[in-house]
Design a binder for this molecule. Sequence first.
Ligand code: ZN
Ligand code: ZN
Length: 347
Amino acid sequence: METMKAARFDTETTTMEVTDVPVPVPRPGEALVKVAACGICHSDLGLIEGYIPSPLPAVTPGHEATGHIAALGAPTPGWDEGDPVLMAAGRACGRCADCVRGHPMDDCLNPEIMAFHYDGAWAEYVVVPVAALVKLPREADLVNYAVLADAVSTPYAAITGTARLAAAESVGIWGLGGLGTHAVQIARMLGAAPIIALDPIEETRARALEVGADHAIDPRGEDTVRRIRELTDGRGLDVAIDGVARSATVPQANAALARHGRLVLMGVSPDPVELGREDVFALSGHRVLGHLGYTRRDLERLVRLVHHGRLDLSRSVSEVLPLDRVHDGVRHLAEHEGTPVRIVIRP
Ligand SMILES: [Zn+2]
Ligand SMILES: [Zn+2]
């Protein structure tokens, strides 16, 4: 049996080690992909720190990956060994009411998430459904393109799909890590005005201004909501994207909305969140929208936007590390060392 290197996280002992495991075998409808690059995401920290559980006894983390098709479980029209691909980090459960009726993958009622429900890509090889693959241009830089599959696609889907941001609407973005920094770029590309970026770390605020924010604010200030109103001609925000979604940020983002504004909860946190008095909330007409992930169509659109120069990923990768240094990457992200946008593993 062939073996490969993979980072294995033991959900009982909450320890992770890079070890030799069998190379997985794709079934019909699946592809074995030789991983070229895979990002380290805050939700990987959520797994490692225990607040985003995996139902498996052990799992390979990593859900933001590119690579080349190494084998197909069955001959599949349009796909060949060697094709460069981006991988959507989800698969249909195959058992829910919509899956049983044969709806496409994006309609599954209980989608399974790569690196939580099945093995991810902090490994030399990964098996994913062919339905999760997006073909990349031959000349694509697979390290840069890897960050599309979450750090760019999740804010893209949150802003275009869930918030339905229109040109000239005002937007506030809480949290300027990997997702938030790209949220600023996407809001800029779509013509939002003004764009107000919020983060307690000064370097990340400076970076947000460089990639397209009009204003950058430390949200810990007591007058944060008043300042947002001033910067939006006294109206408040049309759209708030909360990439942190902690009990401190959600009420603030809600309070900063204009009448009928939309608050999108893009972050993943274990916190209870409060919307305040119901009579005040009802009168505000605010809409609070949960958001997770993206569709394969979002990835296809982002590949086009990057390929045609509309979206610049040249600053998206802060550090590239080999697989056996994945612990260093996790620590750098957890401790904000070098205030990374994305740290990428090259297995
Ligand atoms: Zn992620
Ligand atoms: Zn399903």
